[in-house]
Design a protein around this ligand. Structure first.
Ligand SMILES: [Zn+2]
Length: 141
């Protein structure tokens, strides 16, 4: 068993679908390999937090990078919408039509929903960081 093979088996191990022989080899490797042990703990923690947050069991662990990309996207679109709203606001002042006022209100509703989503995502990240931070205290292994 090497680290590559070990990481291939990780998902099956966490799902509890690893066969008896593979399961044994996997555990033997983890006893000798701090790196794979650490990866297993990290993924396990992320899965636990995700389960706790959503109350739904996930077949696959969430991808940390994908989660970050989503948060960055949310914040990005938040900025764009704010700028668009600002631009609309200037035009609304110029045109003084109800249309822009309505558009503006709609945009701020959407914006608030996105802000909430971003805040919720950040709360998940903080929870994960806390869980991992606690795990990495010296002497925990
Ligand atoms: Zn390893």
């Amino acid at each position: 068993m090497n680290c590559n093979k070990c990481s291939e088996l990780l998902a099956d191990f966490l799902d509890g679908t690893l066969s008896g022989e593979d399961n044994q080899l996997f555990n033997v490797h983890l006893q000798d390999c701090l790196q794979c042990t650490s990866v297993r703990e990290d993924v396990h923690q992320i899965m636990e937090v995700a389960r706790a947050e959503r109350g739904v069991a996930h077949a696959a662990p969430p991808n940390k990078q994908a989660l970050w990309a989503r948060i960055v996207n949310e914040l990005d679109s938040e900025q764009h919408i704010s700028k668009a709203a600002e631009a609309s606001s200037r035009r609304a002042t110029a045109n003084a039509t109800g249309f822009w006022a309505r558009t503006l209100n709609k945009r701020w509703e959407l914006s608030f929903a996105q802000l909430s989503a971003a805040v919720a995502s950040i709360a998940v990240i903080v929870a994960i960081s806390t869980a991992l931070g606690v795990r990495r205290l010296p002497g925990d292994y």
